[in-house]
Design a protein around this ligand. Structure first.
Ligand SMILES: [Zn+2]
Length: 238
């Protein structure tokens, strides 16, 4: 059983922002002014991804200089690689020691820096190919309720790495990529318990079917879209 305060603090709200890349400064200003309105009505489509030959993606993660937290980041990468080998036939991430060498960067912000738990910025070309580098920021975690710092960090890093692969949010409260905003009815005890259980025991394998289906689409050739998009996946606490 979980208390209401833990539930609300663990709520994982995400908003997405996508905009067309434009050379017009005026248009950019207008788009930026409209960001709040756009935040919930633009979504990764489930057709974004990386070409097969790009794997494994080189990842640099900023050190916490804390064995438990650095271990959580390493586990998230290892677990994604196990799933990648299983589903895609390749490990998806290769850790590298320097930011300059990386295709995906995971930077750390102090806990007081933001109400966000983490976010991922990525842009895609007209065919849905993710542009490199992808930038992830995670906020140093603070333990909540029965969930340790390491578990919270694992959940956030693993979730943001999912976005870096192009994965959107889903409606399943048990998934690491939960949730599409507003999709979980927290008045439904079964949905609420499933959500809380998954946050306490985050599992990359919960994304197995989503990853398989998405990369089957991506690698079979996505239809062209109308130009480039910039995505900013924000995962907030509330
Ligand atoms: Zn997210």
């Amino acid at each position: 059983m979980a208390g209401a305060s833990e539930r609300s603090s663990l709520d994982h709200v995400a908003s997405r922002v996508a905009r067309s890349i434009t050379r017009s400064a005026l248009a950019v200003l207008l788009v930026l002014a409209a960001l709040p309105a756009l935040a919930s009505d633009t979504e990764l489509s489930g057709r974004e991804g990386h070409p097969r030959e790009r794997f494994p993606l080189r990842v640099w993660a900023e050190a916490f200089s804390d064995a438990a937290l650095d271990g959580a980041v390493r586990r998230a990468l290892d677990d994604w690689n196990a799933l990648g080998r299983d589903v895609l036939g390749v490990p998806v991430f290769a850790p590298v020691p320097t930011r300059e060498a990386a295709q995906i960067t995971v930077a750390v912000q102090p806990p007081e820096a933001s109400k966000l738990m983490g976010f991922t910025e990525l842009s895609t070309d007209a065919a849905g190919v993710v542009a490199l580098p992808v930038r992830i920021v995670v906020v140093a975690p603070v333990a909540r309720g029965q969930t340790s710092r390491e578990t919270l960090l694992y959940q956030v890093v693993a979730h943001e790495l999912g976005h870096a692969l192009g994965l959107p949010h889903v409606r399943d409260p048990r998934s690491l990529m939960c949730c599409v905003k507003g999709s979980v009815d927290f008045n439904d005890p079964a949905a609420r318990d499933a959500y809380i259980e998954a946050r306490r025991h985050p599992d990359v394998r919960s994304v197995r079917a989503q990853l398989a289906a998405q990369y089957a689409r991506v690698w079979s050739g996505p239809p062209p879209r109308e130009g480039e998009r910039l995505q900013r996946e924000k995962d907030m606490q509330r």
